[in-house]
Design a protein around this ligand. Structure first.
Ligand code: BLA
Length: 359
């Protein structure tokens, strides 16, 4: 029954607490003002009544955009009623079957075996659990982007939780690929490596991943797939708070770049990141299903990855030419390289060792 137990715990695993923590901590250090995108998306509604979107976005000194989206899908009343009718019928049939077994045993002068009754009642319990976990989903997409005057990493917390599992990415995504930019790696991640070590066992590497994603991940990334239990939710909360506090500290001490070239470079790096995610985010198909294609597109370009249409003019295929098709359109594939990296591809010092491992 471990799967069912995990699922039931998952039901209570809201991500609201994560968002509250982050906003509270941010307000202790700086003053948040509503971002213009908040107006349009604050009261976004899903096609189904049982699904609730909460979207918040802010700006602050040094912070171009801090935005949060949570999606919570609960059992709808209608589906509940229907489910309980079904449950009632199923349980009734099982009880009838149990009674029949007992009657047969008594008529053949056997004493009714209590384990057969227990078996039936455990089936009934299993039904109940399945119904309770059915249709539950929790999504967190929280990110913070600095002004282009700063080369700060992008805070990125994404979690998709269904009754079966939680898919999680938690990271301070580097503005510059840390394998090719050693100075950037030293500047931001050297001191943060202990944070990654703290969670490598509790939140183990989630296995093979879309290879393109790795370029946007840092050596401290938490990429994991978990059973959605209360315990795991608690560990994830702890990791989220640690990582967010680390980002806030970097933000606090970050000094403003003054050179035009450096600022332009930061802006383009952020634009490249936004362009990648706005085009290839794994959550997009689900968003389309929940709110329709047109609103999903707006949510992605004007809210989640706001800036994709204003921070730069380069197109997706300018940044990622391997996705260009002969007719000039973007290849719809999520990945050209496929998935790789069965194990964590960085060593304890944050050195990339992925390709050595793959061989
Ligand atoms: C799956 N989300 C994933 C996966 C990753 C991410 C790595 C596993 C599949 C894969 O290997 O690509 C997240 N990928 C990221 C992030 C970056 C990246 C954060 O490259 C940053 C650079 N996820 C959301 C939202 C939804 C969502 C808002 O953030 C839904 C509304 C859903 N993510 C979601 C779903 C899956 C997923 C349904 C599983 C589907 C799949 O594997 O294709």
């Amino acid at each position: 029954m471990s799967g069912g137990g995990g699922g039931v715990a998952g039901a209570g695993c809201s991500y609201q607490k994560f968002v509250h923590f982050a906003l509270e901590q941010t307000r202790l250090r700086t003053s948040l003002a509503p971002h213009p995108s908040q107006g349009k998306f604050k009261s976004i509604r899903a096609n189904e009544d049982n699904t609730v979107f909460s979207a918040l976005s802010f700006t602050a000194p040094k912070i171009r955009l801090l935005r949060s989206l949570t999606i919570e899908q609960k059992n709808s009343v209608q589906k509940n009623l229907y489910s309980f009718q079904l449950l009632f019928v199923a349980s009734f049939l099982r009880l009838m079957a149990a009674a029949q077994i007992m009657w047969l045993m008594i008529s053949f002068h056997h004493s009714p075996h209590s384990s057969s009754v227990q078996l039936m009642s455990s089936y009934v319990q299993a039904d109940l659990l399945v119904l309770m976990v059915d249709m539950m989903m929790q999504v967190l997409d929280f990110a913070a982007f600095s002004e282009p005057e700063y080369d700060l990493p992008i805070f990125c917390a994404n979690a998709f939780t269904s009754p079966a599992r939680s898919i999680v990415v938690l990271d301070l995504n580097p503005l510059y690929d840390t394998t090719t930019n050693k100075d950037y790696r030293e500047k931001y991640y050297r001191n943060l490596m202990p944070l990654a070590h703290k969670y490598t066992e509790l939140l183990p590497w989630g296995g093979k991943i879309t290879s393109e994603s790795l370029k946007f991940f840092s050596p401290i990334v938490i990429w994991t797939i978990l059973e959605p239990t209360e315990t795991n939710h608690g560990i994830l909360y702890s990791a989220f708070t640690d990582y967010y506090k680390a980002w806030l500290e970097l933000m606090d001490v970050a000094s403003r770049e003054t050179g035009r070239e450096a600022i332009d470079r930061n802006r383009e790096a952020q634009h490249k990141y936004l362009t990648w995610r706005a085009e290839k985010d794994p959550g997009y198909p689900l968003l389309k299903k929940l709110i329709g294609e047109s609103l999903a597109k707006d949510l992605v370009t004007e809210f989640l990855f706001e800036g994709v249409n204003s921070l730069g003019t380069k197109s997706f295929v300018d940044y990622f030419p391997e996705y260009a098709r002969d007719d000039g359109t973007v290849n719809k594939k999520r990945s050209m390289m496929g998935k790789s990296f069965e194990t964590r591809p960085w060593d304890a010092h944050g050195e990339f060792v992925g390709y050595a491992d793959e061989r």
